[in-house]
Design a binder for this molecule. Structure first.
Ligand SMILES: [Cu+2]
Length: 201
């Protein structure tokens, strides 16, 4: 008489934990996938740093990692008898010039010019060209095309810390930044008066 309801109760009792577990597992899976959608791993983007050098430009141009937290625009020259030391003055070379960047995080790197000549090499860089040009608003950059003339000592080395990044707003997967390097002195350019107050960042 009592056997049947008891059997049903037992089977429900047995089934319930499984059902509950299933529901909990489903809920957890749903929650995880929702989290995943909200916090997708940042795939970042790629900045490709390119140089266009004049024909027979005597110096070599390479891009290097930073050794420590050197400040942006730090500039140094090294005479022939005291070249920069890898790991102390400059980091490893970035052979392809391509930087993986986290969106909205500017990355500092070092540009290095080595001069094999017996006399100094003077050069300047024309304003950089971002391509695709439509992605220009995404480019974060503090570089070397400032209208200054630079000099690499005879048989010496010149370095400068640059900062590059890609803004999440207007982000693109890959952005190429090209600098045209020119031999000699930068042309005189008109300068505007220094503003009284800086606007924005
Ligand atoms: Cu530039």
């Amino acid at each position: 008489m009592i056997a049947l309801p008891t059997a049903i109760a037992r089977s429900v009792w047995r089934a319930t934990p499984r059902a509950v577990l299933l529901v909990v597992a489903l809920a957890a899976a749903l929650a995880l996938s929702a989290c995943g959608a909200a916090r997708q791993p940042d795939r970042g983007a790629e900045l490709r740093v390119r140089w266009v050098l004049p024909q027979a430009f005597p110096a070599t141009v390479t891009l290097h990692r930073l050794v420590a937290g050197e400040p942006v625009w730090l500039m140094k020259t090294f005479p022939a008898n005291a070249p920069p030391q890898l790991g102390r003055d400059i980091g490893e070379v970035i052979a392809d010039g391509n930087l993986r960047v986290t969106l909205d995080e500017a990355q500092r790197v070092v540009v290095v010019l080595q001069n094999p000549l017996d006399q100094p090499v003077r050069f300047w860089a024309a304003p950089h060209l971002p391509t695709p040009h439509s992605a220009e608003p995404a480019l974060m950059i503090r570089c070397l095309c400032t209208g200054e003339t630079y000099e690499v000592p005879a048989h010496g080395t010149w370095m400068r810390v640059l900062e590059l990044g890609i803004r999440r707003r207007d982000a693109v997967e890959a952005l190429i930044v090209t600098h045209v390097v020119t031999l000699g002195d930068a042309p005189a350019v008109e300068t505007a008066p220094t503003p009284h107050a800086a606007h924005g960042g």
